[in-house]
Ligand binder design. Structure first.
Ligand code: SF4
Length: 615
């Protein structure tokens, strides 16, 4: 087996309570780099089209990348994979913390779950020995309690990925949680885990990831650390909250359920920006061996919201979705909302979107106090925002209506509420505006996971990764965006953090060197671009086989139909053809269906996929 991999996958049949090991094929490792690349390859081959994502035939995977748990900078990630119950298509969700590396140290590159258990269980792996264990005592516990109970039993070196009560109740906006504040949040995979009655994946181990040259790898890491960009300290201090003020000022942050502009409708945005957030931080938090440590642990809440010490610092996305998007400038309430989501196991992007949707429905008389269990769901009403977030987390009252996301909620409510449901293909839109942000519009509309801000082709890349193009024009963007998106697919699959590598704190050449030194592969940049393209195309092939067609449909509001009348992005309308066609052509995907051409599939070595999509 190639270096960088442990060389083993574990299959867990939850219905039969059977475990089976399988060798990871070396060619699959190099062709897909692990992570969601491996996940898409495996699920396309082993899962039939059309299965119920919440049924026994759906496969849920936890996967690591070739660089996870190695000396590569930022190698902390794991990716949950499965069919998304929100979109009905390909689903993946990436998280940091300590679980990914420790899954490898326990002996496995990936674990795939099939079937449904008849009672709550967890998977326990200790140094290559895996067991399915009873989780009756954990069912109903939040993600903090679950981790604490399991560590009490198995030792402090145990790392846990788990669902909270929201995942148990199969809320489609549920996340898989680890380290009490790191989330594999998107695609609704916490619900898939809950549907399988799988409470947790608990891993420990002391195995080493085999590398081609350990001495060289350790020297390389020291060099790369010394090489890191000048803003590392700044990122460590503020984390992604540093984006908030800036995104409000350029009208990138969602405001009033995407219907307003912060500089017009939410002029108090600085109340919840990076500096006030920092003032509430007790200490820093970093994922495994991270040289940045962008996370933070908050002081206990002493005012109106008495969250316990240990709550995690809200990320930019959380500040925006529970803050500007709800016109809520009460920072303590946002920390509280974040803590509720982390404990109950919810994606903060989707949960915040559900709350903003509820408020807009209420403000427009579509729902009333009679529907909202007496809560006055008005803009900026932080007490009601927190109360409704708790209801969502517990699936209580109106919380049950919104717990499966805004698309399904609008269907249940009717009365024209659909126009306030800000989702793309069932997935709530993350906190960057597609109007006037072509990078995000292209990514939201064409990426195999709809509405994904961490996947586009021009943003999260180090300087020098892309050929030159005119950033003020939509013309000539297709090819560079494709290269960028392919590279993004490659580093996300490989298990490194996009902030460490993708946002330019590290360097692109360092990433390439890490791949070579860890694996011993003589990999070129061209091969890496092609590998990323293969990963992306494999993920898209899953969608095509499920009968989905992209570019994905946007809500009118996200297209700028009608355009905003005020703020920095006033007058902007997204032209679908202009945004998507050139990019789809560069990928050789059909501009009307997103289906990769047969030629492209064969060029990428996906012959079996070509046979299925082009019989
Ligand atoms: S930069 Fe932040 S998210 Fe990335 S690995 Fe470090 S602590 Fe984790």
């Amino acid at each position: 087996m190639a270096r960088g991999f442990m060389g083993k996958m574990l299959w867990v049949d939850l219905s039969r309570k059977e475990l089976k090991e399988e060798a990871l094929d070396e060619k699959v490792g190099r062709d897909f780099l692990g992570g969601y690349g491996l996940g898409a390859r495996v699920l396309f081959s082993r899962q039939k089209a059309g299965v119920d994502p919440l049924g026994p035939d759906s496969i849920l995977g936890i996967t690591t990348g070739v660089l996870t748990g190695t000396d590569a900078l930022g190698g902390s990630r794991y990716v949950m994979v499965g069919k998304s119950p929100l979109t009905g298509g390909w689903g993946d969700a990436n998280s940091g913390g300590n679980v990914g590396p420790n899954l490898k140290f326990s002996g496995y590159d990936a674990v795939f779950f099939t079937g449904i258990s008849d009672k709550p269980v967890y998977l326990y792996i200790d140094n290559g020995k895996a067991e399915i264990r009873d989780a009756s005592n954990l069912w109903g516990k939040d993600s903090f309690e679950t981790q604490d109970i399991l560590r009490e039993e198995h030792g402090k070196d145990l790392e846990v990925a788990c669902i909270g009560p929201s995942g148990e109740k199969v809320a489609l906006v549920a996340a898989v949680m680890n380290n009490k504040g790191r989330a594999a949040g998107r695609s609704g995979l916490g619900a898939v885990m809950g549907s399988k009655k799988l409470k947790a994946i608990a891993v420990k181990g002391s195995m080493k990831v085999p590398v081609a040259d350990a001495q060289k790898a350790s020297e390389m890491r020291k060099r790369h650390l010394a090489n890191m960009g000048p803003n590392v300290q700044f990122m460590g201090e503020f984390g992604t909250s540093f984006l908030f003020n800036m995104c409000c000022e350029v009208d990138d942050a969602p405001t009033k359920n995407w219907g307003g502009a912060a500089v017009v409708d939410f002029t108090s945005y600085k109340d919840i920006g990076a500096e006030p957030v920092k003032a509430e931080v007790e200490r820093g938090f970093g994922c495994w061996h991270c040289p940045i440590g962008c996370g933070g642990i908050m002081k206990a809440g002493t005012g109106e919201y008495k969250y316990a010490a240990g709550a995690h610092k809200p990320e930019y996305e959380t500040l925006a979705m529970f803050g500007s998007n709800c016109l809520n400038n009460n920072l303590a309430s946002i920390i509280q909302a974040n803590d509720i989501c982390n404990r109950y196991g919810l994606d903060t992007i989707s949960a915040g979107a559900c709350i903003a949707f509820t408020i807009e429905c209420y403000e427009n008389g579509i729902i009333t106090r009679g529907d909202t269990d007496g809560l006055e769901m008005t803009w900026g009403n932080h007490k009601s925002i927190i109360a409704m977030t708790e209801k969502l987390a517990k699936r209580e009252g109106f919380g049950d209506v919104i717990a499966d996301g805004v698309k399904k909620a609008a269907k249940k409510i009717g009365k024209g509420s659909e126009k306030y449901a800000m989702h793309i293909e069932g997935q709530e839109v993350p906190a960057h505006d597609s109007r006037g942000g072509p990078h995000f519009a292209i990514g939201y509309g064409t990426e195999p996971t709809p509405a994904r801000h961490t996947q586009g082709g021009e943003g999260p890349l180090p300087p020098g990764a892309l050929p030159e193009f005119d950033h003020n024009s939509l013309k000539g963007r297709g090819v560079p965006h494709n290269i960028g998106s392919n590279l993004t697919n490659a580093y996300n699959a490989s298990g490194v953090c996009m902030i460490v590598i993708g946002d330019g704190y590290g360097h692109w050449d360092d990433f390439m060197e890490a791949l070579k030194v860890i694996t011993g592969w003589d990999i070129t940049r061209e091969e890496l671009i092609k590998t990323g393209e293969r990963i992306k195309t494999m993920r898209q092939a899953f969608n095509v086989r499920e009968g989905l067609a992209s570019p994905w449909e946007f809500p009118d509001r996200m297209m700028g139909i009608p355009p905003k009348t005020e703020g920095p992005r006033a007058g902007v309308t997204v032209d679908k053809a202009e945004h998507f066609n050139e990019y789809l052509e560069a990928m050789d995907w059909d501009i009307n269906s997103g289906k990769p051409s047969k030629k492209k599939l064969l060029e990428l070595g996906l012959d079996d996929v070509a046979k299925v999509l082009w019989p």
